[in-house]
Design a protein. Structure first.
Lengths: 305, 263
C-alpha cells in the first residue's frame, strides 16, 4: 500500500528559476483558499485564544482573567478529573490497539497471506462509519438486554450483567473499549502495510544467525515498523482526545462525572454552565496537546532514524 | 518459507479481528431488518418519524458545496505552492498545514459566537464555511504533494508550447492528477458527511436545516430504547459513506494514513 502520492518530490530547486517560471501569479492562486481558511479557521482559533483570557458567561460583559482560566483548567478537581479520564482513554484508544495490533502483525510477519485487500477493507471499516451511528450501535451492545449481558448470562456469569454505560465504575472502560474497537483496525492496516515493506532477506539473515521469534521481533520487525508505529500512535492519540461525539451520544459525561472528558467539557462549559472563557481555555489546551503529540512523536521517530 | 500451521494462524487472527470489526454493524443491520423475518417496517417508521428525507437532503447539499468549493480552492492553492517559486510560499504552506492540527473543539465555541454575530448561525452557509476551511487545510497539503510529485518535464514541456500557468493546470496537471483528486474528494466528503459537533452547535435551533448525523442524535433522544427504529436510523445515516468506501477503499485508506492528522 502506498501512503503518499507516488514519486518522491523533485530535488531542491536552489538555483534561479528558469525563465518564464510564473511567480507573482502564485499569490492569486493561493488567495481564495487563504481567505476562507483565515476567516473560518485561523480567526476562530485566535478569537478562542483571546476569549480564553476572560471570565465570560456569553451574555454580559466579560472581565479580564489573564491566565486564570488555564490555572482553573489544571486545578479544578472536575476538570482535572476530565483530563485524568482522557489519560485512561489514551490507554484504550492508543496504547491497547497499537500493542495488540503490533504483536499480532509481528506474529504473522513471516507469511504473506493472500486476500489482504479484503481484510484491509474490513479492518479499516470502523474508521469511516459516522461516530453517531457507532454510538447508537454500542449503546445497544452495552444495554441491559444487549449482547454483552446476554453472553454473560449464557456462560453463567449473569451476576456480572449490568447497564455498562450507566455504571460508575465501568462506564469509562466501556467507552474506552469502543475506542479500542475503532482504532485497532487502523493500527493493523498500518502495520500490515509496513511489514510487507521489510525485506524478506532480513528475516532470512536473522534466522541464519539463529535468532528465535523474540529476537527476530526486536532485531527486524520492531525497527522496520518504527515509522508506522509513530503514525499509528499519533492518529490514535488524537482520536482519544477528540472524542466529543462518542461521549455526548453514549453517556453525556455521566453517570455523575464518570465519563467527562476535555472535549465534552468544551461544550458543557459553554452551553450548560455558561463558562465560555474556561471552555475556550480547555479547547486551546486540547489543541496544544495535539500539536505537542504530533511534533513529539515525529521528532522521536526522526531522532532515532 | 512458511509452514501451513503458521499460515492458518495468520488467517485465524485476521478473520477474528475482521469479525470484531463488522460485528456491531452487522448487528445493527440485523436488528433494523428484523432478521430473520426481513421487514422494512423499522426503516419506513424511522424515515418518517425522524424526518430523514429532509436531513439527508441537507447533508447532501452541505457535502456537495463543501467538496466542490474546497476541492477547487485546494487545487488552485496546492498548484501554486507545489510548482511556483514566490516569496512566502513555504510559510504559507506551513500556515495551511497547521490547520490540520487544530481540533474542532478548539474553534467551535468562538465560531458559534462569530457566526451568531453576523447572522450565519442556523444557516447552511454557516455550517459549510468552517468545514470548507478545515477541508482546505487538508486539501492544500494533499494537492501540493501531488503537484510536487508531478514530473517537472510535463510542466516545462507545456510551458515551452507557450501555455500559461492556467492552461498547464487545466490541460495537463488536472487530467493526470485524477487519482489524487479523487482521494481528496472522497475524504472531504466523508469528513463533512460525518461531522457532528459543528452541526450540533451551529444548527442549534433550526430544525429544518439539521444534517443527518444531528437528526440521528435527536432521534436517539426520542427513542431511547426502541432499538429497532433506532438501528434503522443509524443504518440510514452510515450507509452512504460505507457504500462509497466499499468501492473506493484504496483512496480512503491511503488518504487517511498519509500522516495527515485530521480525522
Amino acid at each position: 500500500m502506498r501512503l503518499g502520492v507516488g514519486r518522491p518530490a523533485p530535488a531542491g530547486r536552489a538555483g534561479a528559476p528558469p525563465p518564464g517560471e510564473p511567480r507573482r501569479i502564485g499569490y492569486l492562486y493561493v488567495l481564495p483558499a487563504l481567505v476562507i481558511y483565515a476567516l473560518f479557521l485561523l480567526w476562530p482559533l485566535l478569537h478562542g485564544a483571546w476569549l480564553s483570557l476572560f471570565h465570560w458567561d456569553g451574555l454580559t460583559v466579560g472581565t479580564w482573567a489573564g491566565l486564570g482560566n488555564y490555572r482553573q483548567t489544571i486545578s479544578d478537581p472536575q476538570l482535572r478529573g476530565a483530563f485524568g479520564h482522557a489519560v485512561v482513554l489514551l490507554f484504550f484508544y492508543a496504547i491497547l490497539p497499537c500493542c495488540i495490533a503490533f504483536v499480532l502483525v509481528a506474529a504473522m510477519s513471516r507469511s504473506r497471506p493472500r486476500g489482504m485487500t479484503f481484510f484491509r477493507t474490513v479492518l479499516f471499516l470502523p474508521q469511516v462509519v459516522a461516530m453517531v451511528a457507532v454510538a447508537v450501535a454500542w449503546q445497544w451492545i452495552y444495554s441491559a438486554h444487549g449482547p454483552v449481558n446476554g453472553t454473560l448470562r449464557l456462560i453463567g456469569l449473569g451476576g456480572l450483567a449490568r447497564g455498562w454505560l450507566g455504571d460508575f465504575t465501568w462506564a469509562l472502560p466501556s467507552v474506552g473499549l469502543i475506542g479500542t474497537w475503532a482504532e485497532i483496525g487502523l493500527a493493523m492496516v498500518l502495520f500490515l502495510a509496513g511489514v510487507q515493506k521489510i525485506p524478506q532477506e532480513l528475516y532470512e539473515a536473522a534466522r541464519v544467525d539463529g535468532a528465535g521469534a523474540v529476537a527476530e521481533f526486536f532485531a527486524v520487525t520492531l525497527p522496520g515498523l518504527r515509522r508506522e508505529l509513530a503514525v499509528a500512535l499519533t492518529l490514535t492519540t488524537i482520536a482519544a482526545l477528540r472524542n466529543f461525539d462518542l461521549i455526548y451520544l453514549t453517556t453525556g459525561g455521566g453517570p455523575g462525572d464518570a465519563t467527562k472528558v476535555p472535549a465534552y467539557e468544551v461544550y458543557n462549559r459553554t452551553f450548560n454552565t455558561g463558562e465560555v472563557g474556561l471552555a475556550c481555555a480547555i479547547g486551546i489546551t486540547i489543541a496544544i496537546i495535539v500539536f505537542a503529540v504530533t511534533a513529539g512523536v515525529g521528532r522521536l521517530v526522526e531522532g532515532r532514524a | 518459507m512458511t509452514s501451513r500451521a503458521e499460515r492458518l494462524a495468520t488467517y485465524g487472527v485476521l478473520s477474528l479481528f475482521a469479525v470484531i470489526a463488522v460485528f456491531p454493524l452487522l448487528a445493527v443491520a440485523a436488528q433494523a431488518l428484523a432478521l430473520p423475518h426481513l421487514s422494512f417496517g423499522a426503516f419506513t417508521a424511522a424515515w418518517r418519524q425522524g424526518h430523514f428525507a429532509r436531513y439527508l437532503t441537507n447533508s447532501l447539499i452541505v457535502v456537495t458545496v463543501v467538496v466542490v468549493v474546497a476541492s477547487v480552492l485546494s487545487i488552485l492553492a496546492g498548484y501554486a505552492l507545489g510548482t511556483m517559486d514566490f516569496r512566502g510560499a513555504t510559510t504559507l504552506f506551513y500556515v495551511f498545514l497547521a490547520g490540520l492540527m487544530v481540533p474542532t473543539e478548539a474553534i467551535v465555541v468562538p465560531l458559534y459566537f462569530d457566526l451568531r454575530s453576523v447572522g450565519l448561525d442556523n444557516t447552511l452557509p454557516g455550517l459549510m464555511l468552517p468545514q470548507i476551511a478545515q477541508s482546505v487545510s487538508f486539501g492544500v497539503f494533499w494537492m501540493r504533494a501531488y503537484f510536487r510529485s508531478a514530473p517537472r518535464s510535463l510542466i516545462e514541456a507545456s510551458r515551452m508550447d507557450g501555455a500559461s500557468s492556467w492552461t498547464t493546470l487545466r490541460r495537463v496537471l488536472i487530467p493526470v492528477g485524477r487519482p489524487a483528486i479523487l482521494t481528496m474528494v472522497v475524504l472531504i466528503a466523508m469528513w463533512t458527511w460525518n461531522e457532528f459537533l459543528l452541526a450540533l452547535v451551529i444548527m442549534n435551533s433550526n430544525e429544518d436545516r439539521r444534517t443527518a448525523p444531528l437528526g440521528l442524535s435527536i432521534f436517539q433522544g426520542q427513542h431511547q430504547t426502541e432499538y429497532q427504529p433506532l438501528m434503522a436510523a443509524a443504518l440510514i445515516v452510515a450507509a452512504p459513506v460505507v457504500l462509497v468506501y466499499v468501492f473506493l477503499q484504496r483512496h480512503f485508506i491511503a488518504g487517511m494514513l498519509s500522516g495527515a492528522v485530521k480525522e
